[in-house]
Design a protein around this ligand. Structure first.
Ligand SMILES: C[S@@+](CC[C@H](N)C(=O)[O-])C[C@H]1O[C@@H](n2cnc3c(N)ncnc32)[C@H](O)[C@@H]1O
Length: 250
């Protein structure tokens, strides 16, 4: 069964329990675990300035990993399935793409169970969140996240757009604030210029490179347990080499 209603994607994603609901009010981002349905009364129950507390969302103390710019979500869905003791939040700014991710997830389950899925959780340790990454520092409590993945982030090749690249120092500072001491970021791309830019930005930050490769699929150590993202598969088929770095916060 495919989702048909993409027009009101922003409203429709909040029909799903797996989408973390937040709203903006008085310049504060307010987050809460999604409730069934979506109406103004429910919003009014949310307190101004409330942060998105991951352990309240998942109702456990397991580590929390984010994928930033998850796209259609194959990577994070597979991780969540393979690692039930880790909580995963896929962050994506496009509600339409989040609907596609939910649709993709639903297509992997038995059609007989699909009817119940809208308001249940196909992977209990997986949530999606529709938000621009630039705002994440205001949404999650400081040092509440255990790991961040960035896969095939938009390259923004023009110099005048470099501050939009998700490995720009301004974004790295947001990740520093979110991550626990000693936590890791993992970054994959097929774009060598973006990769080199990222290595350079990391030298300006409190992260240090633990490992890197310009050809992930030929690197048996770094490629162990690699989960291909949608873009990774697409670019690999075109013959592009995949770069990967792992950096640790000091
Ligand atoms: C090139 S796609 C890669 C998707 C996926 N990670 C993959 O590897 O297949 C980049 C995704 O990041 C999302 N994105 C880009 N900038 C973002 C931002 N500032 N906040 C949230 N999502 C963002 C885009 O909407 C898009 O879905």
């Amino acid at each position: 069964m495919r989702l048909r209603h993409k027009k009101n994607a922003e409203m429709n994603i909040y029909d799903y329990d797996m989408v973390i609901r937040y709203t903006e009010h008085n310049d504060n981002l307010i987050a809460t675990r999604t409730a069934r349905g979506y109406d103004k009364d429910e919003h009014s129950q949310v307190r101004t300035g409330e942060l998105c507390e991951p352990h309240a969302i998942f109702k456990n103390d397991n580590p929390v990993h984010l994928e930033l710019g998850m796209g259609k979500g194959r990577f994070i869905s597979n991780l969540a399935h393979n690692n039930p003791n880790i909580n995963y939040i896929g962050v994506e700014k496009s509600a339409t793409i989040i609907l596609k991710a939910i649709d993709r997830l639903n297509s992997t389950i038995n059609p007989a169970e699909l009817q119940n899925c809208k308001n249940s959780l196909t992977e209990p340790n997986l949530r999606f969140m529709c938000i621009d990454i630039i705002k994440l520092g205001e949404v999650f409590p400081p040092h509440s996240i255990d790991k961040i993945y960035l896969n095939f982030s938009d390259p923004w090749p023009k110099k005048r757009h470099e501050s939009r690249r998700l490995m720009h120092i301004n974004f790295l500072k947001i990740y520093e604030k979110l991550l626990k001491p000693g936590a890791l970021i993992e970054f994959k791309t097929d774009n060598i210029d973006l990769f080199n830019f990222s290595l350079e930005e990391i030298t300006k930050s409190n992260f240090k490179i633990l490992s890197k490769t310009y050809d992930l699929h030929s690197d048996s150590a770094l490629c162990k347990d690699n989960i291909m993202t949608e873009y990774e598969e697409k670019f690999s088929k075109l013959g592009n080499k995949i770069c990967k770095l792992i950096a640790k916060i000091n």
